[in-house]
Design a protein around this ligand. Structure first.
Ligand SMILES: C=C(O[C@@H]1C=C(C(=O)O)C=C[C@H]1N)C(=O)O
Ligand SMILES: Cc1ncc(COP(=O)(O)O)c(C=O)c1O
Length: 271
C-alpha cells in the first residue's frame, strides 16, 4: 500500500514531529473507490476548519492535488491523511514559522460484517466520557486517547460500536461514528459544540435531509431521549450508515428513515 510524506513516497518521518510529540495536528480518513476519494470537498472543508482553529498554515490546494494523485495510485481502499504542525523543539510553544507535514497512508477498506448494515449493530455502553472543550469540538485532531480508552473497554464481536457520553451525561456519538435518532418522524443528532467529531458523513446526511424537506434538529440529547427513539443509527465516511438495534437491555427496530439515508450514504461511497 502506498505511503507518502509531503508528496514523496516515504515510510518514515522526523522524530521532531509535533504530531508525534503532542498530537499537534489533524487527520482525515477517506474512502477511495475506483481511484476517486469520496466526499473529498467535505473532508477538505473540515481539515481547513481545523487548520484555521489550530493556526496551522496549510495550503489546501496542495492537499487536494496530492489526495487526487494518491487516490489514483491507491485505486480502492482508505486514504488516511495526517497533517501535523511539523518539526519543533521540546516544549509546547508552537514554532513561529512552522512547516506543516502531510502524511498519506493507504490501506484496504475494513471488512465489516455485512450484518452491521443489514441487521444493525449492538452498542457497547462506554464508561469513558468525552471531555468538554469547545476550542477543539468538532475538529478531527490527533488527540484520540478518549477513543482509544473507550475502544479498549470491549473485545467481543457482539458489540460493533460503543456509545460515548460527555462528562455531563449527554449522548454525543459513537467511538468512531456519529449518531442520529428518529422521533415521531423528526431526525435528531447531538450538538457537538462542546466535544465530539463533526463527521463528513453526518454533514452530508444533514444537507441531504434538509434538501428533501425532512426536519432535523441538532441539539442536546439525553440517554432517556435515545431510549425512547423510534430509530437509531450511526454513520461515518467509511461504512456509511449502520442501524443500531440494541444497547444493553434496550432494543430498536430498523426504521424507514434509517434505510432511506443508508441508501444515500451507500451511493455516496460507491460513486
Ligand atoms: C480511527 C480512524 O478513523 C475513524 C475510524 C473509521 C472506521 O474504522 O470505520 C472511519 C472513520 C473514522 N471515524 C483512523 O485511524 O482512520
Ligand atoms: C470520534 C469520531 N467521531 C465521528 C467520526 C465520523 O466522522 P466521518 O464521518 O468524518 O468519518 C469519526 C471518524 O473519523 C471519529 O473518529
Amino acid at each position: 500500500m502506498p505511503s507518502w510524506v509531503d508528496g514523496q513516497p516515504l515510510e518514515w518521518l522526523s522524530v521532531k514531529d509535533r504530531g508525534l510529540a503532542y498530537g499537534d495536528g489533524l487527520f482525515e480518513t477517506i474512502a477511495v473507490s475506483g481511484g476517486i476519494p469520496a466526499l473529498l470537498e467535505r473532508h477538505l472543508a473540515r481539515l481547513g476548519d481545523g487548520c484555521a482553529r489550530l493556526l496551522i498554515d496549510l495550503d489546501l490546494a496542495v492537499v487536494r492535488a496530492e489526495l487526487l494523485a494518491f487516490s489514483r495510485e491507491l485505486g480502492d481502499g482508505v486514504a488516511k491523511l495526517i497533517v501535523t504542525r511539523g518539526d519543533g523543539l521540546r516544549g509546547y510553544a508552537p514554532p513561529q514559522a512552522g512547516s506543516p507535514r502531510r502524511i498519506l497512508q493507504g490501506s484496504a477498506k475494513p471488512a465489516y460484517p455485512a450484518g452491521n448494515a443489514e441487521l444493525g449493530v449492538r452498542l457497547f455502553p462506554c464508561a469513558t466520557r468525552l471531555a468538554e472543550q469547545p476550542l477543539l469540538a468538532g475538529i478531527k485532531h490527533l488527540n484520540r486517547l478518549e477513543q482509544v480508552l473507550a475502544r479498549a473497554e470491549w473485545q467481543d464481536a457482539e458489540h460493533a460500536e460503543g456509545l460515548m457520553l460527555d462528562a455531563s451525561g449527554r449522548v454525543i456519538e459513537g467511538v468512531f461514528s456519529n449518531l442520529f435518532l428518529v422521533q415521531d418522524g423528526v431526525l435528531l443528532t447531538p450538538d457537538l459544540s462542546r466535544c465530539g467529531v463533526a463527521g463528513v458523513m453526518r454533514a452530508e446526511l444533514l444537507a441531504q435531509v434538509q434538501a428533501q424537506g425532512i426536519r432535523c434538529d441538532v441539539r442536546d440529547i439525553g440517554v432517556d431521549a435515545l431510549l425512547q427513539a423510534d430509530e437509531v443509527f450511526l454513520c461515518n465516511s467509511l461504512y456509511g450508515v449502520w442501524p443500531v438495534h440494541s444497547l444493553q437491555w434496550h432494543q430498536w427496530s430498523v426504521g424507514p428513515l434509517t434505510r432511506k439515508l443508508q441508501v444515500i450514504a451507500c451511493d455516496l461511497l460507491d460513486s
